[in-house]
Ligand binder design. Structure first.
Ligand SMILES: Nc1ncnc2c1ncn2[C@@H]1O[C@H](COP(=O)(O)OP(=O)(O)OP(=O)(O)O)[C@@H](O)[C@H]1O
Ligand SMILES: [Mg+2]
Length: 433
């Protein structure tokens, strides 16, 4: 079997298999490009969960027609001026996203630099089909249509438009959360689903993109350890979710779904939450670029830390301390307020003329008040609650062995009347007096 070099289109499709797994992955790449281009406003419009159409428009730097041609070639990037990939500060660095997307869909790239003319290139499943002038404001517009239309095997693995849409919205939300200085808007099938203005601070942006209740149920985090900084908000253990989708984690402004970070988060809440419950968090970890390798995952969603123990220790220790300061100890300790409110029910000392009553779970109080306060449930205990009165020796002898349910009080017809009358008159009652 002889070895051959694969054609460019096939190479791109193979790369696309990893980079563009679903519409949300393509959308994420396009929005990342718009962020890297220094945009102040990014507009996203998608149709049919992004399967039929994804459009991303920005007001960033734009590209020259020559750059647009290069941008659609593999391994062509403007983001690595030197060869030091370990010092990358942009979201993109591989020069792979645009050619990968263009090899599995119809991609229209339009761009204009300030002071220049607009230009357009259309690539349909890897083949250039048109190019020419375009009318647009400064910036770039990318349109992706019919993703995987020529790859039925890939299209078959897409979920329903509804879940693809949810994944698209999540991807935009995460990038918007990491870039509060940029304004974002998103429309799905013509309906506005997200709109945030630029120039916000981090916490305001988090609040705008998460549940309204989070602000009232969260704690701010702001920790430094050497050159590493951890900031953001974490929910109180009492505010939790059945799924971990509401955990927004960022490393150097890059949304990640990193196992180390998720594990550290779980460790911080370990004693405070059941295993199937998850806190809601938006945590931003900033580390020197040389301390983290971002080139370990095809979709750039995982990172590798040079010192994972430092990061883990900082998250677990820092979050536990923050929770502890808000009265949530890892080994649960009742809150001061709860202890203060705790009162023991007063028990009146038994009068000297009463014999001890039978031991019963119900509190020993006067019958009338017990009935009034505890109602029907307590009535079952009536017999046991009835205090044993010191009977006149003659009456006790006449009564014979105790009847009823072993209760110290008298039982039977008319017993309560006799009982109320007290020990001195019981013999009279018994005689019919
Ligand atoms: N919206 C945009 N505005 C300006 N330039 C862009 C835009 N999108 C892409 N480019 C240019 O096209 C180049 C190629 O983009 P592409 O996304 O394929 O690769 P990348 O962003 O460099 O790396 P990665 O594959 O990791 O995303 C970029 O380096 C950038 O110079
Ligand atoms: Mg890119």
């Amino acid at each position: 079997m002889s070895i051959r070099r694969l054609p460019e289109t096939l190479v791109n499709r193979i790369a696309a298999g990893e980079v563009v797994e679903r519409p949300a992955a393509a959308l994420k790449e396009l929005v990342e490009n718009a962020i890297d281009a220094g945009s102040t406003r990014i507009s996203v419009r998608i149709a049919d969960g992004g399967i039929a159409r994804i459009e991303v428009e920005d007001d960033g730097s734009g590209m020259t027609p020559a750059d647009m041609e290069l941008a659609l070639e593999r391994h062509a990037t403007s983001k690595l001026p030197g060869d030091a990939i370990e010092r990358v500060t942009t979201l993109g660095f591989r020069g792979e996203a645009l050619p990968s997307i263009a090899s599995v869909a119809r991609l229209t790239l339009e761009s204009r630099m300030p002071g220049g003319d607009g230009w357009k290139r259309i690539v349909d499943n890897g083949a250039l089909v048109a190019e020419g002038p375009a009318a647009l404001a400064k910036g770039t517009r990318v349109l992706v249509e019919d993703l995987f239309a020529r790859l039925p095997a890939r299209r078959k693995f897409l979920r329903s438009p509804r879940s693809e849409y949810a994944a698209c919205l999540d991807a935009v939300k995460r990038l918007a959360m990491a870039n509060p200085d940029i304004g974002f808007s998103m429309e799905h099938d013509g309906r506005r689903v997200l709109d945030v203005q630029g120039a916000q601070d981090r916490l305001a942006r988090v609040a705008a993109l998460t549940s309204r209740d989070l602000a009232a149920n969260s704690i701010g985090v702001d920790l430094d350890r050497g050159e590493v900084h951890l900031g953001g908000v974490i929910s109180l253990p009492t505010y939790n979710r059945g799924v971990s989708d509401h955990q927004y984690l960022f490393v150097n402004g890059r949304p990640v779904k990193d196992r180390l970070l998720v594990g550290a988060l779980r460790g911080a809440y370990a004693d405070l939450l059941a295993r199937d419950r998850h806190p809601v968090v938006a945590l931003f970890l900033d580390v020197p670029a040389t301390e983290v390798d971002v080139n370990v995952h095809p979709a750039k969603t995982e990172v590798r830390f040079r010192d994972p123990q430092l990061v883990r220790g900082m998250i677990v220790g820092g979050l536990r301390r923050a929770l502890d300061e808000h009265g949530f100890r890892s080994v649960q300790r009742p809150a001061e307020a709860a202890l203060a409110a705790w009162q023991q029910e007063p028990v009146a000392p038994a009068p000297a003329d009463r014999l001890p009553v039978r031991q019963c779970a119900a509190p020993r109080t006067r019958r009338a008040s017990v009935r009034r306060r505890h109602g029907a449930r307590r009535r079952r205990h009536r017999a046991c609650l009835r205090p044993a009165r010191a009977l006149h020796p003659v009456a006790r002898a006449a009564r014979g062995p105790r009847r009823g349910r072993g209760c110290a009080g008298p039982a039977g017809r008319g017993a309560s009347a006799r009982h109320r009358a007290g020990p001195d008159r019981q013999d009279l009652y018994r005689r019919g007096g």
